[in-house]
Design a protein around this ligand. Structure first.
Ligand SMILES: Cc1cc2nc3c(=O)[nH]c(=O)nc-3n(C[C@H](O)[C@H](O)[C@H](O)COP(=O)(O)OP(=O)(O)OC[C@H]3O[C@@H](n4cnc5c(N)ncnc54)[C@H](O)[C@@H]3O)c2cc1C
Length: 456
């Protein structure tokens, strides 16, 4: 969709994954080797990776967005250390294609491989191995940051450490990451030894996690968010370890997804009854309490990547993801309270995930992951009904000392953001004065202290 503004600059809508909110921006590609970033285009500027953030943290309403996917060159690989140097628009799919046949894997990965290295750093993403490996930022040796004053800064724990920490999890607001060095981890097989355990309710999830997380490099649980009573929060716990391979034939890279959702589904297609039916089928498909299997990394890490554009499942109004982390002390009670409220509402989808984060500190000043239990769920955008549910969930999160994840957010209150991330003022001082985003303006607009570009 393309529209013209009063200034006659071409404005386009680049969506985030949730397709809500929908904002138009002036889209200016940039070649970091030959050009200066388009700082002078008027308004504020923000990098845009693959738009896999759900809400508005990768949008810049009425201002400038700079797509980074053209920065797609690999720059070096040290097979002794696993250090991979690449431009920031390289995505995880491309890294896996290069690395797996050579016996290397991502240090951590989110639930889709279609995210860029720049995006992974800017949200300091986490994966199923958070309890073992921490966040993505922990595996970044250095990055180059391009600032609007013309400086190109190499940032690491030793060089420009304050900007390094601010850029990891810095929501794209400290400048452009042009390239980075990320340390991969060795593997001998592309397969995962997987153990799946059914749990009947939230209490059993916590018990299994407490006893079993230490046995697995990767853990995650699917949860039936519409179950009630004694079965509140029933689900399937999945624990995985890299399998042992014996040769090159065990290092098979993934295939490209073939299916694509060609159009928006009608809003009514995804409702309480279709989700209930799916959840019952999914839960009961595993008849035995425990199942063991060897699976390729692709279906284990990226089941949703099998269908391109699956976000159209939620129809034209788009959808939200709601992801919280609650400290362990109140984690059990708060998880129950949230699931009770969600189940009562009849909202939410089949995409509901529970996981225990470990205690490895996140390196970023504004990183989301911290010790505790994280719950992530998708909700179709049903207007005021959905917002009323979120207001109740927010109250539970606040009460339990939890926080929400900006990468998944398109609606949290500014006051909540500033309480969840009290370090935001320190961060604002490190922002590039020319960078801003729809998210940042939304969560700081009603504050007296702002980031320098927050007004634009
Ligand atoms: C199916 C699915 C599963 C997911 N699972 C997880 C998960 O398990 N864990 C998790 O943490 N997240 C998860 N996410 C969220 C996703 O990993 C993050 O939102 C990620 O940051 C998206 O990367 P992107 O390249 O699409 O960046 P975008 O969404 O386009 O941008 C994200 C941020 O990065 C900034 N940015 C991008 N490139 C640069 C650059 N070169 N320089 C400076 N800033 C830059 C942008 O300005 C923006 O602030 C998931 C998303 C989807 C769709």
């Amino acid at each position: 969709m393309t529209t013209e503004t009063a200034t006659n600059k071409q404005m386009r809508v680049l969506d985030s994954w949730g397709r809500f909110p929908r904002h138009s921006a002036q889209v200016c590609p940039w070649n970091w080797e030959t050009d200066a970033p388009p700082w002078g285009e008027g308004g504020s500027v923000l990098a845009y990776g693959q738009g896999r953030s759900y809400g508005d943290s990768c949008l810049n309403d009425g201002n400038v967005l700079v797509p980074t996917r053209r920065l797609d060159h690999f720059l070096g690989f040290d097979s002794a250390t696993g250090d991979l140097t690449c431009e920031a628009g390289v995505n995880l799919d491309e890294i896996l294609r290069l690395a797996v046949p050579r016996g290397w894997f991502l240090p951590t990965t989110p639930g889709t491989k279609f995210v860029t290295v720049g995006g992974a750093i800017a949200n300091d993403i986490h994966g199923k191995n958070h309890h073992r490996a921490g966040t993505f930022g922990r595996h970044v040796k250095w990055l180059e940051l391009v600032r609007s004053d013309g400086r190109r800064l190499l940032c690491s724990e030793k060089q420009e450490p304050a900007l390094f920490r601010a850029t990891i999890g810095g929501l794209g607001l400290t400048g452009f990451i042009s390239r980075a060095c990320v340390t991969l981890r060795p593997i001998t097989s592309a397969d995962i030894d997987l153990v799946s355990r059914r749990f009947e309710n939230v209490d059993e999830f916590f018990d299994i996690s407490a006893t079993s997380d230490k046995d697995f490099e990767y853990t995650v649980s699917w949860v039936d968010c519409l179950s009630k009573g004694a079965h509140l929060g029933r689900g399937i716990y999945m624990g995985g370890n890299h399998a042992q391979g014996t040769g090159a034939e065990d290092l098979r890279v993934h295939q490209n997804p073939k299916a694509k959702l060609p159009f928006d589904l009608p809003e009514a297609a995804l409702n309480e009854w279709t989700v209930k039916a799916f959840n019952a089928l999914y839960f009961h498909k595993q008849l035995q309490k425990e199942k063991r299997a060897k699976v390729h990394y692709e279906p284990f890490f990226y089941p949703l990547d099998a269908i391109h554009d699956w976000n159209r499942l939620y129809g034209r109004r788009g959808f939200f993801q709601y992801q919280s982390v609650i400290p362990l002390r109140d984690g059990r009670a708060a998880t129950k309270a949230m699931l009770e409220r969600i189940s009562k509402s009849g909202q939410a989808s089949f995409l509901a995930v529970l996981k225990m984060f470990g205690d490895i500190p996140s390196p970023g000043l504004m990183s989301f992951p911290r010790p505790g239990v994280t719950l992530a769920l998708d909700f179709a955008n049903n207007g005021a009904t959905t917002q009323a549910l979120f207001a109740d969930l927010d109250a539970i999160v606040r009460e339990a000392g939890g926080i929400l994840y900006p990468a998944k957010d398109g609606r949290m209150r500014g006051e909540d953001f500033r309480n969840f991330y009290p370090q935001w003022k320190t961060f604002a001082a490190l922002m590039d004065p020319r960078c801003s985003s729809s998210f940042w303006r939304r969560v700081t607009a009603d504050s007296t202290t702002r980031g320098s570009a927050a007004n634009r």
